[in-house]
Design a protein. Structure first.
Length: 98
């Protein structure tokens, strides 16, 4: 897998996204749509990996963090629909092996 673009929702102290972007030569974009289009006018990636595990987000009545996985997915779908093509979407749970 080669990372070609990145969207970062939150950058807490100690975040390494800028360092990794410099090290591996990819761009960080301010929106999911721009990241999926690599700053251009049309979808320009071969796949999407959504990682929704870290950050400060609200909790529900059971104390579960409400990570924005669905919202991120919907933003990807909006790009797919607007650009007339789609690519595979994976989430961080696909990386689990337990």
């Amino acid at each position: 897998m080669k990372v070609v673009s990145l969207y970062v929702d939150q950058r807490p102290e100690g975040d390494q996204s800028l360092d990794r972007a410099r090290e591996f030569g990819f761009e960080i974009y301010p929106t999911i749509a721009e990241a999926l289009r690599c700053g251009g006018d049309a979808l320009d990636v071969d796949g999407v990996l959504i990682i929704g595990e870290h950050g400060e987000y609200p909790s529900n009545e059971k104390g579960q963090k409400l990570y924005p996985r669905y919202e991120f997915f919907k933003e990807c779908v909006d790009v797919f629909e607007a650009d007339g093509r789609s690519v595979p979407v994976y989430n961080d749970k696909h990386l689990s092996y337990s």
